[in-house]
Ligand binder design. Structure first.
Ligand code: FES
Ligand SMILES: [Fe+2]
Length: 392
């Protein structure tokens, strides 16, 4: 008979074996602000792949940032034929149509070069939504962007972004959210100190809920306790450590009742963060083996110019600096710790660590990811996937 503990251990083990270090590929990911992409190419690395983002005729395109001739970065190139959808490599002049990646000319060999229309460079589907550029990293045909970009984000009337080049791996950050860390780690932040912040969460209950276009793994909790007496140690949290000056809005927002929820390919959603009335999302987009782009998005829903001004004032004076920058920097620090730990243990995180009650949310995330990630939709059974993963 399989007990709940056995099942948890199996999930933990399988996750370690199967989940890609560079992230799930068959999804749309945020890349940068739309305003960062111009006619001049922007060089980025996503999931280990160098990609050049550029505009032609106002539209964003993305192509592999490696010239098929000698590997030079195409982002060093230029548009030699203004008004066309092309980019020309800086080295020998191979010229590519950015809409389909086809080499349409090799300038230094003359208009009748044999490579014309014979060579292509990979292009990536891209879209713009809410002032953000999104890229499809999958090998298969892209799903509609609306399937991956949450509906409430698309409905927001104000969107503000913070991006950070961050040391570590997306898997550690995706397992960071939840009460277990928030009640301890963030106590020392100014953002939390001004609140009346509890110390203990009992009976963590992860639940899948269809909200915000698709299933979200929501964190609920049976009992929140302000403080407790620890025999032989004393009371914790220490009285007076939270100031209780600010009321945190815990009410459901657009039907989302859970304060924190998660979704594939690794999105966190937090209600009323970084200010009351805002809805917050974060993606962890792996760049290379050691870094990811910590992509934070605050959404506001003001309807009038006055509401918008009030929202932005609260965002820029408090929410952004105290919440998204400083409070979330504490998370970054701990993800870096996890990365160093994983490196000391041959890249495996789970083996040497022990779990405790609030980790139910993290185990549920792993279970959810293993069950639902599009990358695993290849017709194989879970067992075959596990075996294939172990053989890798
Ligand atoms: S490397 Fe690009 S044209 Fe030669
Ligand atoms: Fe956190």
């Amino acid at each position: 008979m399989t007990t709940a503990d056995d099942r948890a251990a199996e999930v933990v083990r399988n996750y370690d074996d199967l989940v890609p270090v560079l992230g799930f590929r068959e999804y749309w990911y945020p890349v940068c602000l739309a305003s960062e992409v111009s006619e001049k190419p922007l060089a980025m690395t996503i999931m280990g792949e160098p990609i050049a983002f550029l505009r032609r005729s106002g539209k964003v395109y993305a192509l592999a940032d490696e010239c098929p001739h000698r590997g030079t970065r195409l982002s060093l190139g230029s548009c030699q034929f203004p008004g066309t959808n092309t980019i020309t490599c800086a080295y020998h002049g191979w010229t590519f149509d950015v809409t389909n990646g086809r080499c349409v000319a090799a300038l230094t060999a003359g208009p009748d070069s044999a490579v014309n229309n014979k060579v292509t460079v990979r292009t990536y589907p891209v879209t713009e939504c809410q002032g953000i550029v999104w890229v499809w990293m999958g090998k298969r045909a892209p799903v509609a962007p609306e399937a991956d970009i949450p509906e409430l984000l698309r409905r927001a009337t104000v969107v503000r972004v913070v991006q950070r080049y961050t040391y570590g791996n997306w898997r550690w950050h995706v397992e960071n959210p939840g009460l277990g860390h928030a009640l301890m780690l963030h106590r020392s932040s100014m953002y939390m100190r001004v609140r009346n912040y509890p110390g203990i969460a009992r009976g963590i209950e992860p639940r899948l809920e269809e909200t915000d276009c698709g299933p979200w793994l929501c964190e609920y909790c049976k009992e929140i306790q302000m403080a407790a007496e620890y025999p032989g140690l004393g009371v914790w949290p220490q009285p007076g450590s939270a100031w209780g000056l600010v009321r945190e809005d815990m009410s459901p927002q657009f039907g989302v009742a859970a304060k924190v929820s998660m979704r594939l390919p690794g999105i966190t959603r937090v209600t009323h963060f970084p200010i009351n009335g805002a809805l917050y999302y974060e993606w962890f987009v792996q760049i290379d083996a050691d870094h990811y782009n910590y992509f934070q998005i605050a959404c506001g829903f003001p309807k009038t110019a006055l509401e918008r001004a009030w929202f932005l004032w609260r965002y820029y004076t408090w929410g952004r600096p105290a919440g998204m920058i400083r409070f979330n920097r504490q998370d970054i620090t701990m993800v870096g710790e996890s990365e160093r730990f994983a490196k000391r243990h041959q890249g495996r995180w789970n083996g040497p660590t022990r779990l405790y009650e609030p980790d139910r949310f993290q185990i549920a995330w792993r279970d959810y990811a293993l069950r639902y990630a599009r990358d695993f939709e290849n017709g194989r059974t879970a067992q075959e996937r596990v075996e294939a993963g172990r053989g890798r």
